[in-house]
Write a protein that binds this ligand. Structure first.
Ligand code: ATP
Length: 260
């Protein structure tokens, strides 16, 4: 494992301040403040429709907020987008990519757009294809990839330029266990070397396994945030999550007509 760099002097990896977004009458994200410390592995959890994707989309500059700001290592995402984006690797929800390319062509194309020198780029592309186990699909176009393969090539594009912060929306969704283990290894090494990761997930054991810090969102607000041990207390994260989100009300509901 790479040696951990001293991250104490670095500015906050990601700071969301008063971030707000409304779709018509629906307040999707309600004045959210969030601080992701440098060198942390940060999990964003919440039930369906809580506002996670909307928050992350605004955080990385893909969706303009109605109010509030997002800063990456002190750089404002909306006033200095070029600089902020060079610091970030992003796996958005529903990533759209040039699909009539093979994985190698896609990574090479995006690497050139990001100004990576050709020799360096070729090495990185090969390493990413190997580690994501996409080398076997060398001749397959991205349009013909499976869901999990699309997730992996999306992650590869996020890692390509060597960012300091990774923002990943559901990175493990549809990824097989072998690839997931490889991805966990990559992300852990990245954090150990001083990088920061923010990921959203519905899989509580995965968040407990990977993350040192969590935020729980519900109905557009952050209802708990901090070191994972503090947020879950003496419960599992899943128990804490259910209690924080609805006091366990839904878990007691059943269907009167089912198996009665
Ligand atoms: N483009 C949009 N237009 C209108 N409403 C939207 C749009 N995007 C999100 N919403 C609404 O905003 C709210 C938050 O959605 P969001 O996708 O951020 O939640 P989420 O926490 O990521 O959910 P999930 O876990 O199901 O992915 C929901 O009520 C959703 O219907």
């Amino acid at each position: 494992m790479p040696e951990r760099r001293d991250v104490a002097d670095q500015p906050t990896a990601l700071r969301l301040s008063g971030l707000h977004k409304q779709f018509g009458a629906n307040v999707a994200v309600n004045r959210v403040d969030l601080v992701v410390p440098p060198g942390s592995f940060f999990g964003l959890v919440g039930p369906n429709g809580a506002g996670k994707t909307t928050s992350l989309s605004m955080a990385v500059g893909l969706l303009r907020p109605d109010a509030g700001r997002s800063q990456v290592y002190g750089v404002d995402v909306w006033s200095a987008p070029g600089e902020a984006k060079s610091l970030m690797g992003v796996l958005p929800d529903g990533l759209s990519m040039p699909e009539r390319l093979t994985g190698r062509e896609l990574l090479t194309y995006l690497g050139r757009l990001r100004g990576i020198e050709a020799g360096v780029l070729a090495g990185r592309v090969q390493e990413l294809l190997d580690v994501m186990e996409l080398g076997a699909a060398e001749r397959t176009l991205v349009v013909d990839y499976s869901t999990g393969m699309r997730k992996k090539i999306g992650l590869a594009t996020a890692l390509l330029h060597g960012p300091r912060l990774l923002v990943l929306d559901e990175p493990f969704e549809a990824v097989d266990p072998v690839s997931a283990a490889a991805l966990k290894g990559i992300l852990n090494s990245f954090v150990a070397a001083g990088g920061s990761v923010v990921l959203s997930s519905h899989v509580m054991p995965l968040v407990e396994q990977l993350c040192d810090t969590v935020a729980v969102m519900a109905r557009g607000r952050v209802v708990a945030a901090g070191p994972i041990n503090e947020v879950r207390g003496n419960r599992t994260l899943e128990q804490a999550f259910v209690e924080l989100v609805d006091g366990g009300e839904h878990t007691r509901k059943g269907l009167s007509w089912l198996a009665s």
